[in-house]
Ligand binder design. Structure first.
Ligand SMILES: [Fe+2]
Ligand SMILES: [Fe+2]
Length: 318
């Protein structure tokens, strides 16, 4: 490697590691309590003070699957193509549901799910879908994953920070301005702060997933541009992209068809933005024959057609 490039990479890494991230927007709870104002640096000390100020252990928790219509909604998501194939194995479903039943949340966390169910249904469905998909893929890829079920809470809470993004931005059908895009990206750090606060632990996997699920394996993501390394975070990240592609979104008229969505993931894996092993597992579950996640053959042939009128990634004039 050229010495100059090596030096630049080293500097970037040093900057990432030594400079704490600064919040570009405030972080508040659903009921409007300000946790950290705009401009706050996310240091260990700042988060430690916030966590210490909140008696998370005193919060009563409730089973997620018994909350409102969550269980019914998850089952209806299993029937929606292509998830009717992805979740077609009855033994897998039984085990996934069994694990889901072990997840309990405090009321403020459940309130956030209710908020999206009322105000932004696609985001609510997305949170539940990522919950199920994450468990499905973790079963394949994480040895002894049953011992890590406490980490499964990261699925439904990964986009928790979107309560700190105005609904007009979340539902905007036209290209976002740069400022609006920055505000949308704020959901990663906001989720990290909020979940650290509610779970009383800034190192909990749920908090880390909220912060890092838009990071990429080659460092091309956000908020910090670090290289994605944790497998659980990577699983959520890939499932997140997949579900976003095949589901309705405000910024495009049509969803991606399943073939094209899997081609997008394959192309991202080829560019080393996301990991092959998770993409392969997802592709294996998309095959009716259900090959093992290591045996699935991935086609790199491009046959799909992305939907027209997709303004994702296009910026509007300020
Ligand atoms: Fe997200
Ligand atoms: Fe998401």
């Amino acid at each position: 490697m050229n010495l100059n490039i090596f030096y630049k990479i080293l500097q970037k890494w040093k900057n990432i590691m030594t400079n704490p991230v600064k919040l570009r927007f405030p972080v508040h709870t659903l009921d409007g309590q300000l946790l950290l104002p705009e401009g706050s640096e996310l240091t260990e000390d700042a988060l430690g003070l916030l966590v210490a100020a909140h008696p998370s252990c005193a919060l009563k928790t409730y089973p997620l699957m018994d909350h409102g219509t969550v269980q019914k909604d998850i089952f209806s998501l299993f029937n929606r193509p292509p998830y009717d194939v992805v979740f077609s194995d009855s033994d897998s479903i039984a085990e996934i549901v069994d694990i889901m039943k072990t997840v309990w949340f405090a009321a403020p966390v459940l309130d956030v799910l209710d908020f999206f169910k009322m105000q932004d249904v696609p985001t609510y469905h997305h949170m539940l879908t990522i919950f199920a998909l994450t468990i499905l893929i973790a079963r394949d890829l994480i040895p002894g994953y049953r011992n890590r079920v406490s980490e499964i809470v990261c699925g439904p809470t990964h986009d928790f920070g979107k309560i700190c993004v105005p609904l007009e931005i979340l539902k905007k059908q036209q290209p976002l301005t740069l400022n609006e895009l920055d505000h949308l990206k704020h959901h990663t750090l906001a989720g990290y702060v909020l979940l650290s606060y509610y779970f009383g632990d800034s190192r909990s996997i749920a908090a880390l997933v909220a912060r890092d699920h838009h990071e990429r394996s080659n460092g091309s993501g956000y908020p910090k541009g670090i290289k994605q390394q944790d497998l659980m975070v990577e699983i959520v990240a890939v499932c997140d992209i997949y579900d976003a592609l095949i589901s309705p979104r405000p910024y495009r008229l049509d969803s991606f068809d399943n073939r094209t969505a899997l081609e997008v993931l394959t192309a991202m894996a080829q560019k080393r933005e996301i990991g092959w092993r998770v993409v392969k597992a997802l592709i294996a579950h998309n095959r009716a024959s259900k090959p093992g996640c290591h045996e699935a053959v991935v086609s790199v042939e491009k046959r799909g057609t992305p939907p027209a009128d997709n303004c994702y990634g296009i910026l509007a004039d300020e």
